[in-house]
Design a protein around this ligand. Sequence first.
Ligand code: CP
Ligand code: NVA
Length: 309
Amino acid sequence: MTRLFRGRHFLDLADFSKEELLFLLDVAADLKKRWLLGECPKILEGKIVALLFEKPSLRTRVSFEVATRQLGGESFYLGPQEVGLGKREAVKDVALVLGRMVDAIVLRTFAHETVLEMAKYSSVPVINGLSDLHHPCQVLGDLFTILEKKGTLNVKIAFIGDGNNVCHSWIVAAARLGLFLVVSTPERYKPSQCIWDWAQEEAKKSGAEILYEPDPRKAVQSVDVIYTDVWASMGKEGELEERIPFFLPYQVNEDLLAFASSEVMVMHCMPAHRGQEITDGVIDGPHSVVIDEAENRLHAQKAILSLLL
Ligand code: CP
Ligand code: NVA
C-alpha cells in the first residue's frame, strides 16, 4: 500500500480512495503510538520540506514543521512577503524552481486554482495546507480524532456554520468514506453546489448519507459529533459584520447543545472566535475535544509526509 502514495500530491481528499484514507489514518495512529513511547522513526532523513504560506497559521505550520523534524527531515517557512506568489513570480515558475531544491511543498493559499497550478508544475509532492475551497489535512486529522475518541467512524456528524473550505473537506470525506453528515448553514452560506453534487453521486457508491438541514437545532439531534468553524474565513474578515446576523442562530452554545445527546463531542478546527461561532462555555466545557484535535494535526501530518515522501 505505501508504494501507492509515493510522489503523489495531497490536494483534496477526493484524490484518495476509501482504502487509502483508512491507511493514512492507520499510519497516523501507529506514528502517534510510537511517539507516545518516545520513538520517532527517521523516515524523512535527508528530506527538506518547504512551507509556502500566503495566509497566517499556527496549527498547520507548526504541525508540519515539527512533524518533519521529528521524522528526521528539515523544513523552512516562506511567508507572503518573501515569494509574492503570482505577483513577484508566476506560480508555475515557483513550482518549477522549488521542485529542483526541496522534496515537498506545503502550500497555504487563497484560490484553489493556485494549488492545482503548483501541483501541475511541481516535480515534488504538493500538500494543500488550506485553500479557499478545501482543507484536507485538517479533516484527515479530525477523522483520526473521531476514530481515537469513538473507536469507529460509524458516527453521525453535524457541521454547523459556514459552508466553506473545512465544510467542503468534510463533505468530501463523508462521501468517500460512507459517513453520515448533516450540514447546517445559513441558506446564503451553503457549501459549493459543485462539491455537493459530486458528493451525492459519490454517496450512491459509498453508502454515505449527506444531508442539508437549515435548522441547527434539528441538525444536532441524535448526532455524535458537532463540528464548527469560523463565520468569516481568512481573506473574508471584512465581511464579518454583514455575516453575523445570518450566523447568530448557528452559534454552538449551551442552548444548542441542549438539543443534542448528552454524550455529544464538540470539534472545531481552530482558530476559534470565542463568543462568535462557539461560546467559552462550550469550547472549554466537557464535550469539547478541540485541543486533542489540534494535537492530532501533528500525527496526521506525519502520516501524509511519510507516505508521500
Ligand atoms: N486549523 C488550522 O489549520 O489552523 P491554522 O490556521 O492555525 O493552521
Ligand atoms: N475556514 C477557516 C479555517 C481555518 C483553519 C479559514 O479558512 O480561515
